[in-house]
Design a protein. Structure first.
Length: 201
């Protein structure tokens, strides 16, 4: 019996380690996305391409970690009362790297022309996304280790998400007020702002 409990404790420690690595990876991929966007707006396509490769590599690493954690959980190497919580957390967090990869992939594929008048809005939205992911990661750590402290982080997230929504709406208005862009171009950039906004949700 003691050996079983010891093995269970060891497995839980490995899951915790993988979860910590996964959460740190979320911060990393968001930072890379912000750098990729800044490089694109600055017309530094070499740096943008390097960042795009890093995003793909980091997304693959995060996907591998997620599968490993899920396999351990489904293999009943975690106490029953925590399995659902961890799986639910992973399901929500996994949307972030997927949306980041999708957003930068679209930019890489379409090479949209982004007017300089929209650069500050796009940078501001990306910066807010970085802040949101940082708070989200911190809150997730607290959820795993100190559940009673989650409320403060959740309130901070709600405020940041509201700010991101305001930035996105302001950007959309500025975009469609631009008489120099045709409708197809506006819809292309609208889609890009929508993708950036989805990362903040």
């Amino acid at each position: 019996m003691w050996k079983v409990l010891k093995n269970l404790a060891s497995a839980q420690q490995q899951i915790q380690k993988d979860l910590d690595e996964y959460l740190d990876g979320l911060n990393t991929i968001m930072q890379i996305m912000s750098s990729a966007l800044a490089a694109y707006l600055g017309q530094d396509m070499d740096e943008f391409s390097r960042s795009f490769v890093q995003i793909n590599e980091t997304e693959h690493l995060l996907d591998t970690l997620r599968r490993s954690i899920e396999a351990a959980i489904y293999g009943r190497r975690l106490l029953p009362d925590t399995r659902g919580d961890i799986l639910g957390l992973l399901e929500g967090l996994d949307k972030i790297p997927n949306r980041i990869q999708s957003t930068i992939r679209e930019i890489n594929l379409q090479k949209p022309l982004i007017p300089e008048s929209l650069h500050p809005n796009m940078k501001e939205l990306a910066d807010r996304g970085v802040q949101i992911v940082q708070v989200l990661v911190q809150t997730a750590h607290e959820f795993l280790q100190r559940p009673r402290e989650v409320k403060r982080g959740a309130e901070g997230l709600s405020e940041l998400e509201h700010e991101a929504d305001m930035i996105e709406h302001k950007s959309m208005a500025l975009l469609f007020e631009n008489s120099k862009l045709d409708l197809a171009h506006k819809m292309q950039l609208w889609r890009l702002f929508e993708c950036l906004g989805s990362i903040c949700d």
